[in-house]
Write a protein of this length. Sequence first.
Length: 363
Amino acid sequence: MKDFREMLQIDFLKDRHVRFFHRTLQVLPERYASLETTRLSILFFALSGLDVLDALDVVDSNIMIEWIYSLQVLPTEDKSNLSCCGFRGSSHIGVPYSTKGPGVVHPYDSGHIAMTYTGLCSLLILGDDLSRVNKQGCLAGVRALQLEDGSFYAVPEGSENDIRFIYCAACICYMLDDWSGMDIQKAIEYIRGSLSYDNAFGQGAGRESHGGWTFCAIASLCLMGRLEEALSQRELDRIRRWCIMRQQSGFHGRPNKPVDTCYSFWVGATLELLDVFRYTNFEKNRNFILSTQDRLVGGFAKWPDSHPDPLHAYLGLCGLSLIGEPSLRKVHPALNITQRAFQHLQQLQQTWRESTNSCGGQH
Ligand SMILES: [Zn+2]
């Protein structure tokens, strides 16, 4: 491989990206209106992007933390809504603004598993200690979403069910340091059943292999600490080969598809978790990601000459972080937050464990 200095021919416009994510936290263009119900995930992309850029000082953490807590679906007085708890994506349902319990009774109010995942991540990024997270509610909410086949719905009223939501559930249980939120064995069986004939994972059994689902499968097993138990060495080697073959210049998500910035993270992080990322070509990967950089407004797009969006901007940055771009913070490949935020989580978990030990029970 060439010297890293030679790879740095295309400028990485750090300040523009800081401005891009800062702007994302303020006013969004009209075309984002349809994403209102999942606004918390956009907040996560912007906040974690600023964290990777080491630029969190541009945000007012306290205001953000309060807003995130206002999206928590809290248990009502009689706890009859426990299975609906977690975080909602925005205030669209119209319940009164409140950061404290008990929750209010509302027939359509419930958490969304991806919002609970991105909400918890965002709180960690902002340095919150998660002390106001209702763990009992979050875990009951997650547990209620698991189906008999081991997969998860996103919301209690039902939705698609697949490995994406197993991944969100695994992240939530991992962060809260409590796996009572899922039947791990059933989840592993669903993941194993999604391994396709060509040695990567699909959305479910019999579905086409895909880089995104493969990330969710491998990252979930890593968070559970069950990777080597769930998959044989031979299977793991074949998955490694499938993932390495996804590199063209950047990475694509499936054979014969065009390369796309986000797969520099989805496939790159999977290869990192499988300990073979170093066998890929960092220079070509970097050049592709930077070819999608918007030199005027910042951010990264899916493809060159198209518009940047928060998801691709964030995952493009994470892709650059994985190959060691100077001036970027390192990313935790399974949780998809910075190593800095991950260390904060580890410190919190240490204090929870100490208090559990000293009280001999609940914390
Ligand atoms: Zn993409």
